[in-house]
Design a protein around this ligand. Sequence first.
Ligand SMILES: Cc1ncc(COP(=O)(O)O)c(C=O)c1O
Length: 359
Amino acid sequence: MNFKEHFNLPDDLIYLNTPGNGLLPKETLAWRQKWEQDFFEIKSNLRDEQPEFIYSVKETVADFFHSKPENTYLTPNFSFAFATLLDLLPEQLTYLVLEDEYPSLQYPLVNRKLKFFSIPVSAKLEETILNGIEQHKPDVLVLSLVQYISGLMIDLDFIKNLKKSHPNLLIIADGTQYLGVAPFDFQESGIDALAGSGYKWLLSGFGNGFILLSDQLKLMLEDLKSDVPLPQVAMWKNKKILDTFFEPGHQDTLSHGTLQSSLRFLKKQGLQNIQDHIKVLSDEAYKLLLERDLILPYIAERNIRSSLINVQIPQELYPNLMNMGIKCFPRGTGIRIGIHLYNDLKDIHNFVNIIESLR
Ligand SMILES: Cc1ncc(COP(=O)(O)O)c(C=O)c1O
């Protein structure tokens, strides 16, 4: 499938920086341009229809991830959603987290002085998590579905089964480096809270994010706040208690509308088609990079792999790569790349040839 035509990609550039920020589809740009113009028009009703519009975005997000609109909250980004959730949970809970997680996942536990245990990341991640749960008996497991430096991806079936075997363990996941590359059914996932920012694999620019809650967690949070009186003022009469935390003020219609437009775009392309396309490219990339011993050993050992790859070449090569039109980023012990729908096999081969010529 040719997804490339939906993006404005020049021939002399290979875009591999989706783990940093993803590209906007042309039709999302067209939507933004029209929206801005209509918003500017004095006679337009767009500005007055802000609440209805934001609700329609929520419906799109819920539909995209198989969540319920009433369990879906729109936020400016992942970090706001996660920090707000932490503040809603009882202070005495204990957390299990992975070492080297994205700072917005780790640090809010530190600055709130919450009790947490960190476990090392290895090829046997799922086993390590089980051992960590056995040893520390945490109330909450917090993790990114795909790690932002190494690209290590958790086995999603493991999460599903973990929830079945540990129904009282709350599972909070960050989907920022994963959602957008494959179909995803939140209600079947075993995850209690899934949050993400839209500007990477969801192709939606900055300023939009979301959090989806399971029925179990939503009820628990509502219960914790059951003694708080609901707002009485007319303007907030429709707000539920959790809305007052996750969606306390007006949302940006341009940012969230961008998310809606790009989710519609992704759905139209077919998430299964996107997943199949990415798999062909990722398989080729892993094959070529493994042959050259450029994959982190603990990633090489795993069968489950993401399309975020930390290529083990010296970071000093980064300026050369940029000069040669490769958009990527130095992270950890190498150069991080991401393979998304707008890439093709030619990109992978050109990238490998270029690093070969530089080494
Ligand atoms: C794992 C992960 N989560 C979340 C984010 C983004 O979160 P925020 O937009 O709140 O900074 C990133 C960005 O790099 C990330 O890698």
